[in-house]
Design a protein. Structure first.
Length: 179
């Protein structure tokens, strides 16, 4: 698959919003591992904020958005409750949010490509580590993160129990410069 990953632009917002809805419809009809809900998360506002903050990247195949990832410096508050592998200011850490793959491209390598891109982007920007959280029952995502070299740190409550999402696993990958 010929995949290009680039910074998202305002022109991508409508397509991203549709991707989020399509993915949530797919999850609702199948096994909803992440526990996402249409109209709640992810939504258009997540795309708008990611693009306005210049930290949302889109993966395109033949000009169609087939996935996206947000690489920000904004942790969830619960991240401060755990001991990470390295101590670092969040200006030196990427936090992965809203990693999505279009339902038609699940199991086609888009997620792995986005994870590889995050690491390359981290190296290029002299990031010390990349961190993320994942709902404890999201087995496919956990497998992807562990396969990508992320190490389990701890399990925390992100305050989403009202949506049936109590426990989230935290992962980190140390980014080292290639000599």
């Amino acid at each position: 698959m010929n995949l290009q990953i680039q910074l998202g632009t305002e022109k991508d917002i409508e397509e991203l919003s549709q991707l989020y809805d399509d993915l949530n419809d797919y999850l609702e009809a199948n096994v909803n591992y992440p526990g996402w809900r249409k109209g709640i998360y992810p939504v258009r506002e997540n795309a708008v904020n990611g693009i306005n903050g210049k930290h949302l990247y889109v993966a395109k195949c033949n000009e169609k958005i087939v996935g996206s990832i947000i690489l920000s410096h904004e942790p969830e508050p619960a991240y401060n409750e755990v001991k990470w592998e390295i101590e670092a200011d969040y200006s030196d850490v990427f936090v992965i949010h809203t990693l999505v793959v279009h339902p038609e491209y699940i199991n086609c390598g888009v997620g792995s490509s986005l994870m590889d891109f995050a690491q390359q982007c981290g190296r290029k920007n002299h990031i010390k580590s990349i961190r993320l959280d994942v709902f404890e029952k999201n087995k496919p995502a956990i497998h992807l993160y562990e396969k990508s070299g992320y190490r389990y740190i701890d399990t925390v409550d992100l305050g989403l129990e009202m949506y049936g999402l109590k426990w989230f696993r935290l992962y980190e990958k140390i980014i080292t410069e290639i000599l």
